[in-house]
Design a protein around this ligand. Sequence first.
Ligand code: 7TS
Length: 416
Amino acid sequence: MNTAHTSSTRFSPADIEKIRADFPILKIRVKDHPLVYLDNANTSQKPQCVIDALKEYYQDYNANIHRAVYEISERATAAYEASRTRVAQFLNASGNNEIVFVKGTTEAINLVAQSYGRPRLKPGDEVLITALEHHSNIVPWQLVCEQTGATLRVAPINLQGEVIVEEYERALSEKTKIVAVGHISNALGTINPIADMIAKAHAVGAVVLIDGAQAAPHTPIDVQALDCDFYAFSSHKIYGPTGLGVLYGKKALLEAMPPYQGGGEMIKWVSFEKTLYQDPPYKFEAGTQHIEGAIGLKVALDYLCHLGLDAIGHYEQELLYYATNLAREHRLNIIGEALHKASILSFTLDNIHAHDVGTILNHYGIAVRAGHHCALPVMEFFHVPATLRASFSFYNTKSEIDCLFEALRKTREMFK
Ligand code: 7TS
C-alpha cells in the first residue's frame, strides 16, 4: 500500500473555499462572468505554491543541473533530484532510478515503443491496446508496428464504454509482447480494471505499459502493487508545470533498453569509436532537462498529497454524481456510462454540434472541451463526430455545475 497519500478525510464546503483560494486563476472573469473551468482532463490549473516555486527557481537559483560545482547549480540539481524522489514515493516505485523525466505522457509512450518495442518486436508479434485509447497510446504503437512488422490488436469496448474484459483476455496469447492500456479514459472517464488486465497480460508473458495521464491526478497509484512494467503521466494534468512528464519503468527493463535520444548528460564517456551510456534514468535524459518543471511538479505532488488523494477522489465522485443526475434530468445524451468512472462527463446536446455549444458556453465564462478529445476511434464507436466534455477537479463546485446546466438550458432555447 502506498503510504505517500495520507489523508482520508472528506472535504467540507469551507475546505473547498480554502482550496479555491490557492488557485489564483479561479478569480478571473471571462466575458464578464466568473471563470468556470471544467476542462481539467485537458490541463489542470496551478496552485500558488507551484507558481511560487517556479518564480523562486528563476529568481534565486537558476542554473543548469548535474554539471557545475558552484552553489546555485548544486541547489538546482538537489531540487531536481528531490523531485525524482518525490515522484518515486508518489508512485511507490522501488527506487529513484525507475523514474525518468520526459516531456509528457506522449513522450513516455514513444520512448517505450521505440526503446523497448522496436529492438524486440518482429513479424508475428502483437501489441495489444484497447478501443478506449487516446491517440498518444495508439499512434506510437502503429509506428513501431510499421517499423518492425508486428501487428497491432485492439480489445473492443461495450456500449457503456467499458473494455470487454473477456474479449481482452481472448486477444492475449503468447504472440502478445506488449500491452498498452489507459488507466482512465480521457474521452469517457471509464476506469479500467488495470490490476486484473496487468495480471492477465503477464500470464502470457507480455510487458505492460499503463497510460496514467488521466489517473494520476485522481487516484493513488502503487506501481509495485499493480506490478505494471511501465507507467506514464503528465505534470500539467496533475497541477504541475507544462512540458514535463514521468515514465516509471521497472529497473531491469530500463537497464536493458537502449537510449531513446543521444546527447549531453546521458553518457559516461564519448569517443568517436564508442560511447558509454549512463545508467537509468540518466541514460534517457539527454540534454538540458525541464528543471523548473520538475521543481514545480514536486510542489504540486506535495500539495496534492497534503489534500489527500482519497478525499480528492471522494469529492470528485460527488461532483460527477451531481452532474450526471443533472445531465439525465436535462435529457442530455451521455456518452460513456461505465460502472466505474472518473469525474468526466461526455455528452451531446440534441443535434447541436459540440463546437457550437462550447462556443456559447464560453460566452458564459464556462470552459469545457468540445471535440474528439484525441480519441477518434471512441467517437466513431459511438457514431458522434465530437462530444462536449466537462471534467471536474477538486476545486470545482456544485454551483459551477449549476452554471453549466443553466447555460446549456439557454443554449437549447437559442437553437429552438
Ligand atoms: N493519454 C491520455 C489518457 C490523455 O488524456 C492525454 C492527454 C495523453 C495521453 C497525452 O498527454 P500529453 O500531456 O502528453 O499531451 N489528454 C488530453 C485531453 O483529454 N484533452 O486534451 C489532452
